[in-house]
Ligand binder design. Structure first.
Ligand code: ADP
Ligand code: MG
Length: 360
Protein backbone atom coordinates (compact mmCIF):
# COMPACT_ATOMS: atom_id res chain seq x y z
CA UNK A 1 0.00 0.00 0.00
CA UNK A 2 0.95 3.60 -0.20
CA UNK A 3 3.40 5.14 2.20
CA UNK A 4 1.66 7.52 4.56
CA UNK A 5 2.80 11.13 4.67
CA UNK A 6 5.34 11.87 7.41
CA UNK A 7 5.05 15.64 7.83
CA UNK A 8 8.26 17.59 8.07
CA UNK A 9 10.34 15.49 5.65
CA UNK A 10 7.94 16.08 2.77
CA UNK A 11 7.73 18.90 0.24
CA UNK A 12 4.67 21.18 0.51
CA UNK A 13 1.37 19.39 0.02
CA UNK A 14 0.43 22.16 -2.39
CA UNK A 15 2.78 24.64 -4.03
CA UNK A 16 1.25 27.02 -6.55
CA UNK A 17 3.22 29.75 -8.26
CA UNK A 18 1.81 32.35 -10.62
CA UNK A 19 -1.03 30.17 -11.84
CA UNK A 20 -3.31 31.77 -14.39
CA UNK A 21 -6.19 30.15 -16.19
CA UNK A 22 -8.07 31.73 -19.06
CA UNK A 23 -11.15 30.11 -20.59
CA UNK A 24 -11.80 30.79 -24.28
CA UNK A 25 -15.50 31.37 -23.67
CA UNK A 26 -17.83 32.65 -26.38
CA UNK A 27 -18.18 36.40 -26.53
CA UNK A 28 -15.28 37.10 -24.17
CA UNK A 29 -12.37 35.21 -22.72
CA UNK A 30 -12.78 34.63 -19.02
CA UNK A 31 -9.81 34.95 -16.70
CA UNK A 32 -10.81 32.48 -14.01
CA UNK A 33 -7.43 32.63 -12.24
CA UNK A 34 -5.44 35.82 -12.50
CA UNK A 35 -2.13 34.76 -10.92
CA UNK A 36 -2.40 32.65 -7.79
CA UNK A 37 0.42 31.89 -5.34
CA UNK A 38 -0.23 29.46 -2.55
CA UNK A 39 1.61 27.05 -0.29
CA UNK A 40 -0.09 24.48 1.92
CA UNK A 41 1.90 22.33 4.34
CA UNK A 42 1.36 18.61 4.82
CA UNK A 43 -1.24 18.13 7.54
CA UNK A 44 -2.98 21.44 7.01
CA UNK A 45 -6.70 21.85 6.64
CA UNK A 46 -6.78 24.68 4.14
CA UNK A 47 -9.82 26.55 2.87
CA UNK A 48 -10.50 28.54 -0.28
CA UNK A 49 -13.36 30.85 0.57
CA UNK A 50 -15.02 32.92 -2.11
CA UNK A 51 -18.33 33.61 -3.85
CA UNK A 52 -19.59 31.80 -6.93
CA UNK A 53 -17.34 32.46 -9.88
CA UNK A 54 -14.28 33.31 -7.76
CA UNK A 55 -12.18 30.59 -9.41
CA UNK A 56 -12.22 27.95 -6.66
CA UNK A 57 -13.27 25.02 -8.84
CA UNK A 58 -10.85 26.05 -11.56
CA UNK A 59 -7.96 25.92 -9.08
CA UNK A 60 -9.09 22.54 -7.72
CA UNK A 61 -9.33 21.14 -11.24
CA UNK A 62 -5.79 22.26 -11.98
CA UNK A 63 -4.47 20.77 -8.72
CA UNK A 64 -6.25 17.47 -9.37
CA UNK A 65 -4.83 17.33 -12.93
CA UNK A 66 -8.22 17.64 -14.63
CA UNK A 67 -7.38 20.98 -16.21
CA UNK A 68 -4.14 22.54 -17.42
CA UNK A 69 -3.05 25.94 -16.18
CA UNK A 70 -2.70 28.58 -18.90
CA UNK A 71 0.57 29.57 -17.23
CA UNK A 72 2.34 29.16 -13.92
CA UNK A 73 3.37 26.10 -11.96
CA UNK A 74 1.70 23.85 -9.42
CA UNK A 75 2.97 20.85 -7.49
CA UNK A 76 1.28 18.35 -5.18
CA UNK A 77 3.73 16.82 -2.67
CA UNK A 78 6.46 17.85 -5.09
CA UNK A 79 4.84 16.32 -8.18
CA UNK A 80 4.14 18.59 -11.12
CA UNK A 81 0.46 18.81 -12.12
CA UNK A 82 1.33 18.88 -15.81
CA UNK A 83 4.15 16.34 -15.99
CA UNK A 84 3.40 13.88 -13.18
CA UNK A 85 -0.34 13.39 -13.32
CA UNK A 86 -0.23 9.64 -12.65
CA UNK A 87 1.75 10.04 -9.46
CA UNK A 88 -0.56 12.78 -8.27
CA UNK A 89 -3.69 10.77 -9.01
CA UNK A 90 -2.37 7.97 -6.83
CA UNK A 91 -1.99 10.17 -3.74
CA UNK A 92 -5.01 12.42 -4.01
CA UNK A 93 -8.75 12.26 -4.42
CA UNK A 94 -11.55 14.74 -4.89
CA UNK A 95 -15.15 14.95 -3.78
CA UNK A 96 -17.45 17.69 -5.03
CA UNK A 97 -20.81 18.82 -3.73
CA UNK A 98 -23.85 17.87 -5.76
CA UNK A 99 -21.88 15.08 -7.41
CA UNK A 100 -24.08 12.65 -9.36
CA UNK A 101 -21.33 10.13 -10.01
CA UNK A 102 -22.12 6.50 -10.58
CA UNK A 103 -24.92 4.25 -11.64
CA UNK A 104 -28.30 4.32 -9.94
CA UNK A 105 -29.04 0.64 -10.48
CA UNK A 106 -25.95 -0.51 -8.58
CA UNK A 107 -26.05 -0.97 -4.83
CA UNK A 108 -23.85 1.22 -2.66
CA UNK A 109 -21.48 -1.71 -2.18
CA UNK A 110 -21.29 -2.56 -5.89
CA UNK A 111 -20.81 1.04 -6.86
CA UNK A 112 -17.91 1.53 -4.46
CA UNK A 113 -16.33 -1.75 -5.51
CA UNK A 114 -16.47 -0.61 -9.12
CA UNK A 115 -14.58 2.53 -8.16
CA UNK A 116 -12.07 0.47 -6.18
CA UNK A 117 -11.30 -1.29 -9.44
CA UNK A 118 -10.85 2.04 -11.25
CA UNK A 119 -8.35 2.94 -8.54
CA UNK A 120 -6.49 -0.31 -9.17
CA UNK A 121 -7.19 -2.16 -5.91
CA UNK A 122 -7.00 -5.96 -6.07
CA UNK A 123 -10.40 -7.72 -6.01
CA UNK A 124 -10.34 -8.97 -2.42
CA UNK A 125 -8.67 -5.85 -1.13
CA UNK A 126 -11.34 -3.80 -2.91
CA UNK A 127 -14.23 -5.56 -1.16
CA UNK A 128 -12.54 -5.29 2.24
CA UNK A 129 -11.85 -1.61 1.78
CA UNK A 130 -15.38 -0.94 0.52
CA UNK A 131 -16.98 -2.62 3.54
CA UNK A 132 -14.66 -0.81 5.93
CA UNK A 133 -15.47 2.58 4.37
CA UNK A 134 -19.21 1.92 4.23
CA UNK A 135 -19.10 1.51 8.00
CA UNK A 136 -16.79 4.50 8.46
CA UNK A 137 -19.14 6.88 6.64
CA UNK A 138 -22.22 5.49 8.39
CA UNK A 139 -23.92 3.79 5.43
CA UNK A 140 -24.05 0.31 7.01
CA UNK A 141 -27.84 0.15 6.70
CA UNK A 142 -27.77 1.26 3.07
CA UNK A 143 -24.96 -0.96 1.83
CA UNK A 144 -27.25 -3.15 -0.29
CA UNK A 145 -29.55 -0.31 -1.31
CA UNK A 146 -29.58 1.00 -4.87
CA UNK A 147 -27.72 4.26 -5.34
CA UNK A 148 -30.78 5.83 -6.99
CA UNK A 149 -32.75 5.44 -3.75
CA UNK A 150 -30.27 7.28 -1.51
CA UNK A 151 -31.06 10.68 -0.01
CA UNK A 152 -28.82 13.58 -1.01
CA UNK A 153 -26.95 13.32 2.28
CA UNK A 154 -26.49 9.56 1.95
CA UNK A 155 -25.25 9.96 -1.61
CA UNK A 156 -22.68 12.46 -0.42
CA UNK A 157 -21.52 10.03 2.27
CA UNK A 158 -21.08 7.44 -0.47
CA UNK A 159 -19.10 9.98 -2.51
CA UNK A 160 -16.90 10.56 0.54
CA UNK A 161 -16.28 6.81 0.82
CA UNK A 162 -15.41 6.82 -2.89
CA UNK A 163 -12.97 9.66 -2.26
CA UNK A 164 -11.16 7.68 0.45
CA UNK A 165 -10.90 4.38 -1.44
CA UNK A 166 -7.38 4.99 -2.70
CA UNK A 167 -6.19 6.10 0.76
CA UNK A 168 -5.19 9.60 -0.40
CA UNK A 169 -2.60 11.81 1.27
CA UNK A 170 -4.52 14.84 0.16
CA UNK A 171 -8.24 15.21 -0.24
CA UNK A 172 -9.75 17.99 -2.36
CA UNK A 173 -13.28 18.89 -1.34
CA UNK A 174 -15.13 21.23 -3.69
CA UNK A 175 -18.13 22.60 -1.78
CA UNK A 176 -18.73 19.18 -0.21
CA UNK A 177 -21.82 20.24 1.74
CA UNK A 178 -23.52 22.07 -1.13
CA UNK A 179 -27.27 21.58 -0.97
CA UNK A 180 -27.18 19.37 2.14
CA UNK A 181 -29.40 19.95 5.15
CA UNK A 182 -27.80 21.00 8.42
CA UNK A 183 -27.52 17.49 9.88
CA UNK A 184 -26.11 15.94 6.71
CA UNK A 185 -23.63 18.78 6.31
CA UNK A 186 -22.49 18.28 9.88
CA UNK A 187 -21.92 14.57 9.42
CA UNK A 188 -19.85 15.20 6.29
CA UNK A 189 -17.71 17.72 8.20
CA UNK A 190 -17.23 15.29 11.10
CA UNK A 191 -16.30 12.54 8.67
CA UNK A 192 -13.60 14.68 7.11
CA UNK A 193 -12.21 15.79 10.47
CA UNK A 194 -12.11 12.18 11.74
CA UNK A 195 -10.40 10.95 8.59
CA UNK A 196 -7.82 13.71 8.78
CA UNK A 197 -7.11 13.27 12.49
CA UNK A 198 -6.51 9.52 12.13
CA UNK A 199 -3.13 9.91 10.39
CA UNK A 200 -0.75 12.87 10.86
CA UNK A 201 0.09 14.57 7.60
CA UNK A 202 -3.23 13.96 5.89
CA UNK A 203 -4.08 17.19 4.10
CA UNK A 204 -7.36 18.74 3.04
CA UNK A 205 -8.07 21.53 0.60
CA UNK A 206 -11.67 22.63 0.94
CA UNK A 207 -13.52 25.16 -1.14
CA UNK A 208 -16.68 26.69 0.18
CA UNK A 209 -18.84 29.75 0.00
CA UNK A 210 -20.18 28.99 3.49
CA UNK A 211 -18.09 31.20 5.72
CA UNK A 212 -19.07 29.43 8.93
CA UNK A 213 -17.91 26.15 7.45
CA UNK A 214 -14.51 27.58 6.55
CA UNK A 215 -14.25 29.14 9.99
CA UNK A 216 -15.09 25.89 11.76
CA UNK A 217 -12.88 23.54 9.78
CA UNK A 218 -9.86 25.33 8.44
CA UNK A 219 -6.43 25.92 9.96
CA UNK A 220 -5.86 28.61 7.34
CA UNK A 221 -8.06 30.26 4.78
CA UNK A 222 -7.45 32.09 1.53
CA UNK A 223 -10.17 34.54 0.62
CA UNK A 224 -10.55 34.54 -3.15
CA UNK A 225 -12.50 36.73 -5.53
CA UNK A 226 -12.28 37.23 -9.27
CA UNK A 227 -9.40 34.77 -9.61
CA UNK A 228 -7.15 36.33 -7.01
CA UNK A 229 -6.23 35.59 -3.43
CA UNK A 230 -7.08 38.71 -1.44
CA UNK A 231 -5.87 37.53 1.96
CA UNK A 232 -4.48 34.41 3.61
CA UNK A 233 -4.37 33.59 7.29
CA UNK A 234 -5.85 31.68 10.18
CA UNK A 235 -9.51 32.55 10.80
CA UNK A 236 -8.42 34.61 13.83
CA UNK A 237 -5.75 36.47 11.90
CA UNK A 238 -8.24 37.36 9.21
CA UNK A 239 -10.83 38.55 11.72
CA UNK A 240 -8.28 40.70 13.52
CA UNK A 241 -8.03 42.75 10.34
CA UNK A 242 -11.49 44.19 11.00
CA UNK A 243 -11.36 44.22 14.79
CA UNK A 244 -10.65 47.93 14.98
CA UNK A 245 -14.06 48.90 13.65
CA UNK A 246 -17.44 48.63 15.30
CA UNK A 247 -19.52 45.95 13.70
CA UNK A 248 -23.28 45.73 14.06
CA UNK A 249 -25.91 43.38 12.80
CA UNK A 250 -29.04 45.31 12.01
CA UNK A 251 -32.40 43.69 11.30
CA UNK A 252 -35.09 45.74 9.55
CA UNK A 253 -38.60 45.07 8.30
CA UNK A 254 -37.58 46.52 4.92
CA UNK A 255 -34.93 48.77 3.46
CA UNK A 256 -35.69 50.99 0.48
CA UNK A 257 -32.70 51.46 -1.79
CA UNK A 258 -30.76 48.53 -0.36
CA UNK A 259 -27.64 48.45 1.77
CA UNK A 260 -25.94 51.12 -0.37
CA UNK A 261 -28.21 53.77 1.16
CA UNK A 262 -26.59 53.07 4.51
CA UNK A 263 -23.08 52.70 3.13
CA UNK A 264 -23.19 56.35 2.01
CA UNK A 265 -23.83 57.73 5.51
CA UNK A 266 -21.03 59.45 7.42
CA UNK A 267 -19.11 57.09 9.72
CA UNK A 268 -20.24 54.00 7.84
CA UNK A 269 -17.29 52.05 6.44
CA UNK A 270 -19.45 49.44 4.76
CA UNK A 271 -22.99 48.11 4.79
CA UNK A 272 -23.85 44.80 3.17
CA UNK A 273 -26.75 42.40 3.22
CA UNK A 274 -26.00 39.35 5.37
CA UNK A 275 -25.45 36.22 3.31
CA UNK A 276 -26.91 33.85 5.87
CA UNK A 277 -30.47 35.15 5.62
CA UNK A 278 -33.07 33.42 3.49
CA UNK A 279 -34.08 35.72 0.65
CA UNK A 280 -37.74 34.85 1.31
CA UNK A 281 -37.54 36.00 4.96
CA UNK A 282 -39.74 38.95 5.90
CA UNK A 283 -36.81 41.01 7.10
CA UNK A 284 -33.62 42.54 5.90
CA UNK A 285 -30.38 41.90 7.76
CA UNK A 286 -27.49 44.27 7.21
CA UNK A 287 -23.94 43.92 8.46
CA UNK A 288 -22.69 47.39 9.28
CA UNK A 289 -19.08 48.33 9.80
CA UNK A 290 -18.76 51.75 11.47
CA UNK A 291 -15.71 53.87 12.21
CA UNK A 292 -16.91 53.92 15.83
CA UNK A 293 -20.03 53.25 17.85
CA UNK A 294 -21.08 56.91 17.72
CA UNK A 295 -21.79 56.65 13.99
CA UNK A 296 -24.81 54.53 14.86
CA UNK A 297 -26.79 57.68 15.60
CA UNK A 298 -26.73 58.79 11.97
CA UNK A 299 -27.85 55.34 10.83
CA UNK A 300 -30.81 55.24 13.20
CA UNK A 301 -31.86 58.76 12.20
CA UNK A 302 -31.63 57.95 8.49
CA UNK A 303 -33.69 54.78 8.94
CA UNK A 304 -36.34 56.73 10.81
CA UNK A 305 -36.59 59.07 7.84
CA UNK A 306 -37.18 56.25 5.37
CA UNK A 307 -39.83 54.50 7.48
CA UNK A 308 -37.76 51.35 8.04
CA UNK A 309 -38.50 49.70 11.34
CA UNK A 310 -35.56 48.36 13.35
CA UNK A 311 -36.40 44.82 14.51
CA UNK A 312 -33.09 44.07 16.17
CA UNK A 313 -29.66 45.56 16.55
CA UNK A 314 -26.67 43.95 18.07
CA UNK A 315 -22.97 44.49 18.17
CA UNK A 316 -21.13 41.52 16.73
CA UNK A 317 -17.72 40.00 16.87
CA UNK A 318 -16.14 40.12 13.44
CA UNK A 319 -16.86 37.17 11.19
CA UNK A 320 -15.17 36.07 8.00
CA UNK A 321 -18.04 37.76 6.22
CA UNK A 322 -16.94 41.12 7.62
CA UNK A 323 -13.42 40.38 6.46
CA UNK A 324 -14.71 39.64 2.98
CA UNK A 325 -16.79 42.81 2.87
CA UNK A 326 -13.83 44.87 3.97
CA UNK A 327 -11.57 43.31 1.33
CA UNK A 328 -14.03 43.34 -1.53
CA UNK A 329 -16.45 46.14 -0.67
CA UNK A 330 -19.52 43.95 -1.00
CA UNK A 331 -21.03 40.95 0.76
CA UNK A 332 -21.30 37.38 -0.48
CA UNK A 333 -25.08 37.82 -0.63
CA UNK A 334 -24.99 40.94 -2.80
CA UNK A 335 -23.88 39.36 -6.06
CA UNK A 336 -25.23 35.84 -6.34
CA UNK A 337 -28.84 36.73 -5.68
CA UNK A 338 -31.07 33.70 -5.41
CA UNK A 339 -28.57 31.26 -6.86
CA UNK A 340 -26.45 30.47 -3.83
CA UNK A 341 -26.98 26.79 -4.46
CA UNK A 342 -26.18 27.04 -8.15
CA UNK A 343 -23.70 24.66 -9.70
CA UNK A 344 -20.09 25.51 -10.35
CA UNK A 345 -19.03 28.43 -12.41
CA UNK A 346 -22.17 29.32 -14.24
CA UNK A 347 -23.50 31.49 -11.44
CA UNK A 348 -20.68 33.99 -11.76
CA UNK A 349 -22.40 36.07 -14.42
CA UNK A 350 -21.02 36.85 -17.85
CA UNK A 351 -19.29 40.15 -17.22
CA UNK A 352 -16.45 39.93 -14.75
CA UNK A 353 -15.39 43.05 -12.90
CA UNK A 354 -11.65 43.58 -12.65
CA UNK A 355 -10.24 42.70 -9.26
CA UNK A 356 -10.38 45.54 -6.77
CA UNK A 357 -7.32 47.69 -6.26
CA UNK A 358 -6.88 46.83 -2.59
CA UNK A 359 -6.07 43.22 -3.46
CA UNK A 360 -3.03 42.29 -1.39
N1 ADP B 1 -15.52 25.78 -18.86
C1 ADP B 1 -15.62 27.09 -18.69
N2 ADP B 1 -15.70 27.91 -19.76
C2 ADP B 1 -15.77 29.26 -19.62
N3 ADP B 1 -15.78 29.87 -18.42
C3 ADP B 1 -15.70 29.13 -17.33
C4 ADP B 1 -15.63 27.68 -17.39
N4 ADP B 1 -15.54 27.21 -16.13
C5 ADP B 1 -15.59 28.28 -15.32
N5 ADP B 1 -15.68 29.43 -16.03
C6 ADP B 1 -15.70 30.80 -15.48
O1 ADP B 1 -14.53 30.98 -14.72
C7 ADP B 1 -14.81 31.72 -13.53
C8 ADP B 1 -14.43 30.90 -12.31
O2 ADP B 1 -15.29 29.77 -12.23
P1 ADP B 1 -15.13 28.66 -11.11
O3 ADP B 1 -13.70 28.24 -11.05
O4 ADP B 1 -16.12 27.59 -11.38
O5 ADP B 1 -15.50 29.48 -9.80
P2 ADP B 1 -16.06 28.98 -8.38
O6 ADP B 1 -15.80 27.52 -8.26
O7 ADP B 1 -15.33 29.81 -7.39
O8 ADP B 1 -17.54 29.27 -8.39
C9 ADP B 1 -16.29 32.08 -13.61
O9 ADP B 1 -16.39 33.34 -14.17
C10 ADP B 1 -16.85 31.04 -14.53
O10 ADP B 1 -18.00 31.52 -15.18
MG1 MG C 1 -17.06 25.98 -7.80
Amino acid sequence: MSVEPQGAALPPAIAVRGVRRVYDAKPNRVTALAGVDLEVAPGEFFGLLGPNGAGKTTLIKILTTLLLPTSGEARIFGFDVVEETRRIRRIMNMVAGGEQSGYGILTVREQLWMFSQFYGLATGEGWARVDELIEAVGLGDQRLQRVSTLSTGQRQKMNMARGLLNDPWILFLDEPTLGLDVAAARSIRELVLDWKAAVPGRTVLLTTHYMAEADELCDRIAIVDHGRILAIGTPDELKRRVQRESIFRLELDHLDGGAETLARLPGVESAALAADVDAAAQRVVVNLVLTDDAALGAVVTALGGTGSQILALRKSEPTLEDVFVELVGRGFGDESDGDVDGADGDAGGPDREPAPAEAA
